[in-house]
Write a protein that binds this ligand. Structure first.
Ligand SMILES: C[S@@+](CC[C@H](N)C(=O)[O-])C[C@H]1O[C@@H](n2cnc3c(N)ncnc32)[C@H](O)[C@@H]1O
Length: 274
């Protein structure tokens, strides 16, 4: 019998994350989103498809540069939230549609640029997704894709592992770990993009600070983060709550009651369609 997909590969898992998303995760994804615009000409009339848009951090920025943006996500709640932001900002050049990034309901060669900020890591069929990005790009078009970097340099992961060891001392984590760490090896990702038909693939690795207002901010993020589903499945609800409290305590020990900074490494792939 086929196993059900984990929460971070299902729309309902991300629907549940919508409430805390902008206050937490978007504070770091926004930093890498901005870097995308250093690697492609995005301006008035650029046809830009943003895949796995979430609450829209890439789509909103691209629209403010004048691009003609189609923002897509498979989570209806994320799409609704982005529609609210588009309306609040009065941006007529953004359309938002619920769509799976692995099966884009769009014509061939219809886009100048495809962006996907921390989205492909959650695709169960990565090759299908990369094939779709290539199919909908025009010849000479560019895909801009981010993934998290080396697990020991993505500070959230060692932090949570330390917290689990504190809360559940005999815990043995059973792989697979979080899908969020898929393609943390940039060579593997570059190969996968070439196999999907991209000609030149450049990987840019950098680290950015994830600044949260306080240690307590992480609570809501951990409670609703679908990426922690694998961990949640391996411990009791009480142990999971104890892990959240241990995470908060470790952060308070390091940073006191003020803002918290986690250094997060990521790769930005710039891939050109021949
Ligand atoms: C970590 S969030 C990134 C959101 C946004 N791009 C950002 O940078 O803040 C991951 C997003 O990927 C979306 N997602 C995951 N799998 C998807 C799929 N197969 N098709 C479309 N969206 C997907 C989720 O719904 C979620 O909004």
């Amino acid at each position: 019998m086929q196993q059900p997909l984990p929460a971070d590969q299902r729309p309902d898992g991300w629907d549940a994350a919508t409430a805390h998303y902008e206050d937490t995760v978007e504070r770091i994804t926004a930093r890498f989103a901005q870097k995308m615009f250093d690697h492609a000409d995005v301006g008035v009339g650029t046809k830009l498809l943003d895949v796995a848009s979430g609450a829209g951090v890439v789509a909103l920025s691209a629209a403010k540069l004048g691009a003609d943006v189609l923002a897509t996500d498979f989570s209806p709640k994320m799409a609704d939230r982005l529609r609210e932001r588009v309306a609040a900002e009065g941006l007529p050049n953004v359309r938002v549609e619920v769509m799976d990034g692995q099966a884009l309901d769009l014509p061939d060669a219809s886009q100048d640029i495809v962006t996907c900020n921390f989205g492909v890591i959650f695709f169960p069929d990565h090759a299908a997704g990369f094939g779709e990005f290539s199919r909908v790009l025009r010849s000479g078009g560019t895909a801009l894709i981010t993934t998290w970097g080396s697990p020991d340099r993505v500070a959230l992961f060692p932090l949570i592992m330390a917290a689990v060891q504190e809360a559940v001392p005999d815990f043995q984590f059973t792989p697979p770990g979080s899908n969020a760490l898929n393609f943390s090896d940039s060579a593997v990702m570059s190969d996968a993009l070439r196999q999907a038909g991209f000609a030149t693939v450049d990987a840019h690795t950098s680290s950015e600070p994830w600044v949260l207002p306080s240690a307590r901010t992480i609570e809501g993020q951990m409670q609703t983060n679908p990426g922690l589903a694998n961990l949640k499945a391996q411990i009791t609800p009480e142990q999971f709550e104890a892990t959240i409290q241990a995470t908060v305590r470790i952060l308070q020990e390091r940073h006191g009651d003020g803002p918290v900074t986690l250094d997060m490494e990521a790769h930005l792939f710039v891939a050109h369609k021949p």
